[in-house]
Design a binder for this molecule. Sequence first.
Ligand SMILES: [Zn+2]
Length: 139
Amino acid sequence: MTNSYGNTSKIVCSVSILSNKNIDFTLIFRFPKDPELQNKWTLKCRRGDRMNPCLSYMCSEHFSDDAYVRDLKAELLAYTPKCRKLKPDAMPTLNLPEDYAHSNVASTSSSSRRSRMELRKKKTGDYNYIMLSLITNKY
Ligand SMILES: [Zn+2]
């Protein structure tokens, strides 16, 4: 029985499809401190369980080049920087669970409008609210 949150010796990417991947060759980033961005990152992960964004990480597999702060020195000298910094508003866009992209496209359909109304009724502002929206948008 392992708890990925309590175990600080192993940092795991929060995106479930890649969770078993060996991340030795990739960079790993902490979730942003901004609550709004935190929510967006969390949604991208499409995790069914309740995760704590403050203790979560995402690996560099999910960020395109323009999500990073440009390292002009590295670009000029044509080497790959050892350490890369994400922009403050960087969003994960690559290698994410496909369901997310699908539900995003279908957001104008009547079924999702109905689920939005259901959600509005259940406006708790709680974390469960986000998880519920993930579940309803799936179908
Ligand atoms: Zn990852």
